[in-house]
Write a protein that binds this ligand. Structure first.
Ligand code: PEP
Ligand code: MG
Length: 780
């Protein structure tokens, strides 16, 4: 039997039909409205490769050094070729086509969806096993080819790379294929039958026009409905839905199109439809006896269920903490950031008075949390060894080589630097409390002195003021959170600077990465790019970039990751081996950095672009490219030419610029005409260049004001111009983590906000609040 009908399948058939197939069979059996269909079993795939005698060669060719990109590409190509070029045995062919004909309604040719359903349960993210492959609106002519394409999707470069990296045996993964009647959905979306973080009896429904692909892939911001299951008021947030996926009547293919004007801001779900979804949601949850994450679709008033999975993120231990912080607010579980730092004490009352408690040093609290430990004054790199677990690093300024010691440390204090300095950025991503810009910590504190660091207030106190109970608490990673997209129309993303932070960042449930700074990858090589290339060759350099970016892109896939090309000022490069060749600049912040340097050295920049090209070739279609420190359309046209020269199609890929200089803000219209897809506010630089305040100079830190009316005016004008030109806007500077800036931006209509890891939840919270207020104001 090559196929099994959905009504013959139950959860116990996982090995035969994969996760998706088993879930659909189970739902069908429970009498839920699932579109009819069948599964081409995993055994069919297995016999196909075995009977054709291609199995051995298949597993042999994919056993390659995945860091050798040309070997990997060749392996994927050969493996897929083996599958795609092997004909179906006649009996299997007939059986599949016969089943297909039964799916059709009364003699008409059926349109079906063909989806892969991988069986490797031990893969933490089965998407890497090829589960991404889905073909919509398929008819008899293409059916068999599509089934084979699903099988071949087990051997994309990404899938091979992933299994190899994680040590999974290629031959242990099988794949089934679901063939199911298409529901030409008028509306569709996802539903959580209980609150995904707290488990509260509240359903959360996201809905948009057309096929569900637009919602699942994140192409559209869906409407959001929060429905208390005990019958309270439904909380509705209507989003602007710009695109939808639907069948093109002429070609029969699924295409993305613009939502007609009158439907863009119209509410998707009626009361009746919500009631029906809730009813079905309760039935699914009862059936499985655990909360579910359901994909659904509606056609001519009928609701269909397309998929159901358990929600795995509800954390029992969490529920109390969450409701205590923000009782009654449904987004609390997703947005409350205070629970992420167990090292942090929030009340001084709990302190044991082991010291005087006097404030001995003051600075900028740049990474939250309260800790105590022995101060270790680090003045030279070779003193890093003296920093042990639980010590507090005290230094003039952190450097890239210090990252391993920063990971061991309980806290970090620096003399220099502002909120956007290396120390501030890295400590936040590591989740280590920090204070920067104290001016005198290295001279005031003594080596070995026990102090308490308060990263919220920015003060260092004498003695150990952290209670033993607090110390006994384990340091928790960012608590696992829901993979659910935040319940906001404005997207909330996260900033990542060190690839090691990618997992923590992804666990926040953010909508993607708004800024991945590549310079930290380079800085961690401890050599300037020129030096590294001199010693290891161009290819090794490109591979380093591919490797670093890939780690983050994998962690977030398919959520978008906006990767910025190199932007390190020469004084940062000077610290590295090879740095002696960097030009001496009077003011590096105004100097040879960002796109200026890239355009000046297109030969070096070409390596970065080549890394992007390889990533696209590897299938990382979630990678977007962002160019720093551009000033005008001329910069953009020149950059675009270099992209094209490097084999990256600017029309096909998503790319854009940072708005970091007043010039770029004033010139955004020309840049929009040059073809950018997005403009992202780098408020760290935009503030420094608008106010003429060095962002790293602690002497003028009190003048560094991202909310200065002049900065805000530039931002507001850019958002307006971009809206007229259909260019997305976002923020990825430090200010995106500040509630006041969030309020301002949401009111101005920004598309997305990218925040620091520790601030993502609070920002989601704030965005939600402002959006709701806007909504209320509009109906009042
Ligand atoms: C900015 O300028 O706001 C920004 C995000 O870039 P960086 O901090 O890396 O200069
Ligand atoms: Mg910048």
């Amino acid at each position: 039997m090559a196929v099994l009908w959905l009504d013959e399948i139950s959860a116990g058939d996982l090995e035969k039909v994969g996760g998706k197939g088993a879930s659909l069979g189970e739902l069908t059996g429970a009498g839920l409205p699932v579109p009819p269909g069948f599964v081409v079993t995993a055994d069919t795939y297995r016999s196909f490769i075995e009977n054709a005698n291609i199995d051995e060669e298949l597993f042999e060719v994919v056993d390659v050094d995945v860091d050798d990109s040309s070997a990997l590409a060749a392996a994927a190509e050969r493996a897929q070729e083996l599958i795609l070029e092997t004909p179906f045995p006649e009996d299997v062919r007939e059986e599949i086509l016969e089943a297909y004909r039964e799916v059709g309604d009364s003699g008409e040719e059926a349109f079906v969806a063909v989806r892969s359903s991988a069986t490797a349960e031990d893969l933490p993210d089965a998407s890497f096993a090829g589960q991404q492959e889905t073909y919509l609106n398929i008819t008899e002519d293409d059916l068999l080819d599509r089934v084979r394409s699903c099988w071949a999707s087990l051997f994309t470069q990404r899938a091979i790379y992933y299994r190899q990296e994680k040590g999974f045996d290629h031959s242990a993964v099988n794949i089934a294929v679901v063939v199911q009647q298409m529901v030409e959905a008028e509306k569709s979306g996802v539903m959580f039958t209980s609150h995904p973080s707290t488990g509260d009896p509240t359903m959360i429904i996201e809905a948009a026009w057309g096929l569900g692909e637009a919602v699942v892939s994140g192409a559209v911001s869906p409407d959001n409905y929060i429905v208390p299951r005990d019958g309270g008021d439904v909380d509705v947030t209507v989003a602007e839905k710009k695109v939808m996926h639907a069948k093109d009547e002429e070609t029969g293919e699924t295409v993305e199109s613009e939502v007609p004007e009158e439907k863009r801001t119209a509410r998707v779900l009626s009361e009746g439809e919500i009631d029906r979804l809730v009813e079905l949601g309760e039935r699914v949850e009862d059936h499985y006896d655990t909360p579910q994450d359901v994909e659904w679709a509606i056609l001519e008033g009928t609701v269909f269920m397309l998929q159901s999975r358990p929600i795995t993120t509800i954390d029992e231990g969490d529920a109390d903490a969450t409701s205590a912080t923000d009782a009654g607010d449904i987004t609390a579980g997703l947005t409350d950031g205070s629970g992420t730092q167990t090292r942090a004490a929030d009340s001084a009352e709990s302190a044991t008075e082991a010291g005087t408690g006097d404030v001995i040093v003051d600075g900028l609290g740049s990474s939250p949390g309260r800790v105590s430990g022995a101060a270790r004054i680090v003045t030279k790199l070779d003193e890093l060894d003296k920093v042990g677990e639980g010590d507090i690093i005290v230094t003039e300024m952190t450097m890239p080589d210090m990252v391993p010691a920063m990971k061991r440390a309980a806290g970090i204090i620096t003399d220099e630097g502002g909120m956007t300095s290396h120390a501030a950025i890295v400590s936040r991503e590591l989740g280590v409390p920090a204070i920067v810009g104290t001016t005198n910590a290295t001279t005031t504190l003594e080596d070995g002195q026990v102090v308490t660091l308060d990263g919220d207030k920015g003060s260092v106190l004498e003695g150990d003021l952290v209670s033993p109970e607090e110390e006994a608490e384990p340091v928790e990673e960012v608590r696992p959170q829901s993979p659910v997209k935040p319940m906001t129309a404005t997207e909330v993303k996260v900033n990542v600077s060190i690839p090691e932070a990618a997992e923590r960042a992804a666990a926040t449930g953010a909508d993607g990465v708004g800024l991945l700074r590549t310079e930290h990858m380079i800085l961690s090589l401890n050599q300037t790019p020129a030096k590294f290339i001199e010693e290891n060759g161009e290819d090794a350099y490109i591979k380093e970039l591919v490797q670093g970016i890939r780690g983050v892109a994998d962690e977030f896939y398919p959520r978008p990751v906006r990767v910025r090309t190199l932007d390190a000022p020469t004084d940062e490069f000077r610290q590295l081996e090879g740095g002696e060749d960097e030009p001496h600049e009077h003011n590096p912040m105004l100097g040879y950095r960002g796109i200026r340097r890239s355009l000046d050295r297109p030969d070096v920049f070409a390596h970065e672009l080549e890394a992007f090209r390889r990533l696209y070739e590897l299938g990382y279609d979630n990678v977007e490219i962002m160019f720093p420190l551009v000033n005008d359309a001329e910069d953009v046209y020149r950059t675009k030419r270099l992209m094209t020269d490097a084999g990256i199609d600017p029309e096909k890929r998503t790319w854009g610029v940072m708005i970091e200089t007043p010039a770029s803000a004033l010139a955004v219209e020309g840049m929009a005409e040059a073809g950018i897809d997005f403009a992202s506010f780098g408020t760290n630089d935009l503030t420094q260049y608008t106010l003429a305040v060095d962002r790293n100079n602690e002497h003028v830190a009190d003048r560094f004001d991202e909310l200065h009316p002049s900065v805000l005016r530039l931002i507001a004008d850019v958002i307006e111009t971009c809206r007229e030109h259909d260019v997305d806007t976002s923020i990825c500077g430090q200010a995106g983590s500040k509630p006041e800036m969030v309020q301002f931006l949401v009111n101005e209509g920004v598309h997305s906000i990218s925040a620091n890891i520790d601030a993502v939840r609070d920002v989601q919270h704030e965005v939600k609040r402002v959006e709701q207020k806007l909504l209320l104001d509009s109906v009042r």
